[in-house]
Design a protein around this ligand. Structure first.
Ligand code: 9MR
Length: 373
């Protein structure tokens, strides 16, 4: 048939271009879902969605026992309707969680028992509500410290638990709530050697003690300078010694030197000079080359926001593949229309049977079928 010509070889969207390697995802908010152009970008390019904010503890349970699932339900329904799988983000985090989680019933700080009981209720309620469509969860988010000698962030979770026990508890409650979901430890700066080693050691020790951690989420809030592509690749290799699943969960690449999960500077980027544009293109294409090489262990790469105008790092940081007007940059085509190398083809073969993505896609297909009933 005439259709079987070169025209068909052109990739449709990112998810199609990478179908033999890994899934491609995006973080969405409610504004995206009521914008036709954004919806079209999402449907064309992505087969995994993360809610940017609407599944977080503060959003779904602003005060104890008061549940607010409106936005989370709308995002889950969008996924069900379109057969797009959903990443759950997130269950235990020091940020975007109501203060009530850490307050004692009789004033002062909660006891460990109070904290764990609330944690269990939260995790069980949220996970069971979305178990038909959510294929993996960031169970614990950002619990490792950025500097200092203590590998643990000095959060209220840690203070009340008296150490890292809350991490174990969170994963155990999560496994019990939905035994089919893949469970992730998720953090930023996960490719920076000092923090990488702390994450590696924590996950290794926990797994050896039987804690049900399936994978590591490397957020991927990069900039055009750091971390180096070498550090990113080394981190993937190290983590793959201890887990079968690595996901890049929050990808964006800033023009300024700031990186990680918090904005310490301002949302000013830098001028988009030809040099900067080149660095940006090189970083994205180099990063995707690495991802393809490691497709056997990488399940999904998720962009943190749809367009530059949505980005939490500010539009002038130019961080994504779609510009402020939701038009694809030339970088988008460079990432999408790659020419597979020999190494790519080998990696694609190795990753083709990847059970995680298949199971998750089957779940999304079933959710779509049920949604239409
Ligand atoms: O993109 C999110 C932004 O809209 C929120 O204001 C912010 C609140 O902390 O969280 C952002 O998303 C974070 C994600 O949930 C966890 N990793 C770091 C991300 C950027 O701060």
């Amino acid at each position: 048939m005439a259709l079987a010509t070169g025209v068909c070889a052109q990739a449709q969207g990112l998810k199609d271009a990478y179908k033999d390697y890994f899934s491609v995802g995006v973080a969405v908010n409610m504004r995206n879902l009521s914008n036709d152009k954004h919806v079209s970008i999402i449907k064309t390019n992505y087969n995994s969605i993360t809610a940017e904010n609407d599944f977080k503890p503060q959003s779904v349970q602003p005060s104890e026992g008061q549940w607010n699932f409106r936005n989370a339900d709308a995002i889950a329904d969008f996924c069900r309707e379109n057969g797009i799988k959903l990443r759950g983000h997130c269950l235990a985090w020091h940020s975007q969680v109501g203060r009530w989680m850490f307050e004692g019933a009789n004033g002062g700080q909660a006891t460990k028992e109070e904290l764990y009981a609330r944690m269990k209720t939260h995790i069980t309620t949220v996970m069971q509500r979305y178990k038909d469509i959510v294929y993996c969860w960031d169970v614990v988010n950002e619990a490792i410290s950025d500097g200092g000698t203590d590998p643990l962030r000095n959060s209220q979770w840690k203070q009340i638990a008296g150490g890292d026990e809350f991490i174990r508890k969170a994963f155990e409650f999560a496994r019990e709530a939905d035994p089919d979901a893949l469970l992730f430890y998720n953090d930023y700066n996960a490719a920076v050697p000092a923090k990488r080693d702390k994450i590696y050691n924590m996950v290794k020790e926990m797994k050896a003690a039987g804690v049900p951690i399936d994978g590591i989420g490397m957020q991927g809030h990069f900039n055009v300078y750091d971390p180096s592509l070498e550090d990113i690749e080394t981190a993937i290799e190290k983590y793959s010694e201890i887990v079968d699943h690595i996901q890049f969960t929050e990808l964006d690449i800033r023009l300024n030197r700031e990186m990680g999960g918090q904005l310490n500077m301002n949302r000013q980027g830098e001028e988009l000079t030809p040099e900067k544009r080149q660095m940006f293109n090189d970083k994205y294409t180099g990063f995707f080359e690495i991802l393809r090489r490691h497709a056997d262990v990488i399940d999904v790469v998720t962009f943190w926001n749809v367009t530059d105008a949505d980005s939490w790092v500010g539009v002038s940081n130019y961080p994504l593949l779609f510009d402020r007007d939701a038009n694809p940059k030339d970088t988008y085509y460079m990432v999408r229309d790659f020419k597979p190398s020999k190494a790519d083809k080998k990696a694609a073969k190795k990753s083709k049977k990847k059970a995680a993505n298949k199971a998750a896609d089957a779940k999304a297909a079933l959710a779509r079928k049920n949604f239409r009933k």
